[in-house]
Ligand binder design. Structure first.
Ligand code: F0G
Length: 456
């Protein structure tokens, strides 16, 4: 009856955010080597660096924290967590980890060897790094449409099945597992269709390879399937998610995203021998298999979060926020990756700044301007993040994007209106923006700690 879609919650606890002056921001960015990762969060007004671990927990989650059982082994909280994860994934072994990359490291550290290949739609930065550190190759096989920011397609995260089949038939002996990332973060938070996951699953079966889902944003992916895939609109997000997982044999998960928690993750898998190797590595570096580097209360928060994240009102609101920001930016002419994804709006930095070549990092130019002008922090997903090859050379990434990731249940519509205004302001000044030179060039995951200076 009414068209205004409201935040499906009211706010019980507030945290002030601090305004800074342009001079303060200039000084803060310079002190951070012109890399917004190195800023103090207090110097940021609206922080869209990541949607990971930055969400607001519900009253029910805070209540669950008090139920945390801190027993070293066999804690009650572990069994609640295991039940919540198993209800969605149906996997035999559920191994808690302190976050997603720990699940990746334990899995890849146990099963990959030098020369192996890991196909995925698109590996996220930590996933790629954890594959490469084992001497294996991370292969990105997203469909061609997924690499063209302006092209509209309902499932731009889909994996190219023909290319996967070719890899499996030509180099199958080097492939210990196949992965698919839902939603496809590096490709714009774009969903993968159920039909595509079924196709990947069938190929994996044909070549006898296990399929693992990088499940960080599984609920957002399920919502897109419900909205966009023929025949899915009557199903609940939970039913859709359960089918997604039923097509795989394992999952890595960062509970900092669709676990609605501030920390945590898990590895879920069926194979007994792999599970044993993974648990051994877990004990060595994370902790006993019933806590995996987490407190009992963290396990409680995740168990509750996994129930809340598949709520339809929540997901409708969640996906509408990115769509709302995307529509407003499109209206003022800002080039964004279309259609808007699940957890973030991605600016197309190459179209935004056509005069700044990829190796002068157009994404950094936009991000730094957005911080200096508006106090808003985003993140580059482009040539800084993905341009460095394992041999140390550098080449432009598939796309240069600026991700404005939206923390879950944290900001209101007026915060988003402010962000749109700030981006539009930077866009209006775009001709004045110049490229950046990387001064400190770390060898791995360089975007976190690199420093920059302006090109003259
Ligand atoms: N896989 C995907 C698709 C991710 O987006 C992330 C994290 C991870 C794995 C690793 O999880 O952070 O818990 O270790 N992405 C965050 C981001 C950091 O900002 O997109 P983690």
């Amino acid at each position: 009856m009414f068209k205004t879609l409201i935040e499906p919650f009211r706010i019980k606890t507030v945290e002030p955010i601090r305004r800074t002056t342009p001079d303060e921001r200039r000084a803060a960015l310079a002190a951070a080597g012109n890399n917004v990762f190195l800023l103090k969060a207090e110097d940021v007004l609206i922080d869209l660096l990541t949607d990971s671990g930055t969400g607001a927990m519900s009253a029910a989650q805070w209540g669950a924290l008090l139920q945390g059982d801190e027993s070293y082994a066999g804690s009650r909280s572990y069994f609640r967590f295991e039940e919540a994860v198993r209800n969605i994934t149906h996997r035999k072994h559920i191994i808690p980890t302190h976050q997603g990359r720990a699940a990746e490291r334990i899995l890849f550290g146990s099963i990959l060897k030098p020369g192996d290949l890991v196909p995925n739609n698109t590996h996220f930065d930590t996933t790629r790094a954890n594959v490469e550190v084992m001497g294996a190759t991370a292969l990105d096989l997203v469909i061609a449409e997924g690499k063209v920011p302006s092209l509209i397609h309902p499932f731009k995260g889909n994996l190219d099945l023909a290319r996967l089949e070719r890899v499996l038939s030509e180099d199958g002996h080097k492939v210990p597992l196949v992965m698919v990332t839902v939603t496809n973060n590096s490709g714009g938070g774009q969903p993968v269709s159920l039909e595509n996951i079924r196709g990947i699953s069938a190929l994996c079966k044909k070549f006898d390879k296990p399929l693992f889902i990088d499940a960080c944003r599984f609920a957002e992916n399920a919502w897109f399937i419900k909205q966009r895939e023929p025949g899915q609109s009557e199903r609940t997000p939970l039913e859709i998610a359960q089918e997604m997982f039923s097509l795989a044999q394992g999952a890595t998960m960062s509970a900092k995203k669709d676990g609605l928690a501030n920390i945590g993750g898990f590895l879920a898998l069926d194979r007994d021998d792999w599970a044993e190797q993974c648990r051994n590595l877990l004990i060595l570096t994370e902790g006993f298999p019933t806590y995996g580097g987490l407190a009992g209360y963290d396990l409680e928060a995740i168990a509750q979060g996994l129930k809340e994240v598949v709520d339809e009102d929540y997901l409708r609101y969640r996906i509408r926020v990115t769509e709302y920001v995307g529509e407003a930016l499109t209206k003022v002419g800002v080039p964004i990756l279309l259609p808007t994804g699940g957890h973030a709006v991605y600016l197309d930095a190459r179209a935004f700044l056509p005069h700044v070549p990829p190796l002068e990092y157009p994404g950094i130019a936009i991000i730094n301007a957005l911080y200096l002008d508006g106090g808003v922090r985003g993140v580059e997903i482009g040539t800084v993040m993905f341009g460095q090859k394992p041999d140390g050379s550098e080449a432009p990434a598939a796309m240069d994007l600026v991700r404005l990731a939206i923390p879950r249940r944290v900001y209101t519509q007026s915060h988003m209106d402010y962000v749109v205004e700030a981006v539009a302001h930077v866009y209006a000044q775009r001709e004045k923006l110049r490229g950046w030179r990387m001064v400190h060039r770390p060898k791995a995951l360089r975007h976190f700690t690199a420093t920059f200076e302006p090109m003259t």
